[in-house]
Design a protein around this ligand. Structure first.
Ligand code: GTP
Ligand code: MG
Length: 232
């Protein structure tokens, strides 16, 4: 057996406690209830991402072992920056508190799974969700129903038990699963969105073109999938 290590870019551990003063400054005069609780919840979410990341690594390795195929090309694990968490709470009008965050924001911890083929998106989802300790909380299939921009991706939020020193906590982790083609497209379109803030004419210039490419890429990936089937 030739073991090909699949790459999971894990984030460096951030010691949030150390920067607590800065975080408080960031909140300014905004009242935030249960700040301590939020900090420890943020830690918990990072641990949740590690749990799910390990599950996905194991799944990929088992696929390789049993079927001689790696569904996952690579993965990226990320924590939402704390200022972005606060910004989202403000934007969506949730309560500025640990509870407001726990009840409403499920994408503090995120893993992006980039698969080799289209079918791999769904086999990764299926094999993750069938695990007895994983619970599905939210699901949006932007592959079956692409966004207006042309964006395609499968978004799920799962809950995973995290065992801490003082017991177990079910923790939400957002998993975005998409093919290499969808990922390439999303990176470029993200750049367009970002640049558009400075120059609004850019969307008119490139928006439709990119949407067309999303459809072309989708066709190419369906056809390549069927060649792959024939060759397997
Ligand atoms: P927010 O998380 O508050 O944005 O809303 P939501 O939970 O409804 O999120 P959604 O399911 O739309 O997914 C949000 C994430 O998906 C974003 O952070 C992006 O990473 C990605 N995304 C969604 N739509 C697009 C898009 O049109 N283009 C690109 N490049 N990425 C997108
Ligand atoms: Mg989201």
């Amino acid at each position: 057996i030739v073991e090909v290590p699949m790459i999971l870019e894990r984030q460096n551990f951030i010691n949030i406690r150390k920067s607590e003063t800065e975080l408080r400054q960031l909140l300014g005069d905004r009242q935030f209830k249960n700040f301590e609780e939020f900090i420890s919840y943020y830690h918990l979410c990072a641990e949740g991402a590690n749990e799910v990341g390990t599950k996905l690594e194991n799944l990929d390795s088992d696929f390789q072992f049993k079927y001689d195929h790696n569904p996952i090309h690579h993965m990226e694990e990320r924590m939402k920056e704390i200022p972005s968490v606060f910004e989202k709470v403000r934007r969506k009008g949730y309560e500025m508190s640990a509870k407001g965050i726990k009840d409403n924001i499920y994408d503090i911890a995120g893993i992006r799974v980039i698969t080799n083929y289209l079918d791999d998106v769904y086999s990764v989802e299926k094999t993750l969700l069938q695990q007895s300790d994983i619970e599905l909380i939210k699901r949006k299939d932007y592959i079956k129903n692409p966004k207006e921009s042309g964006y395609r991706s499968l978004h799920i939020v799962v809950s995973v038990p995290v065992f801490e020193t003082n017991g177990v906590q079910n923790t939400p982790v957002e998993v975005q699963i998409r093919t290499v083609g969808m990922d390439m497209w999303a990176s470029l379109e993200h750049k367009l969105r970002y640049k558009t803030k400075a120059d609004p004419t850019l969307v008119d210039k490139y928006g439709d073109q990119l949407k067309g490419y999303a459809e072309e890429l989708s066709k190419i990936e369906i056809n390549m999938q069927s060649i792959f089937h024939d060759l397997s």
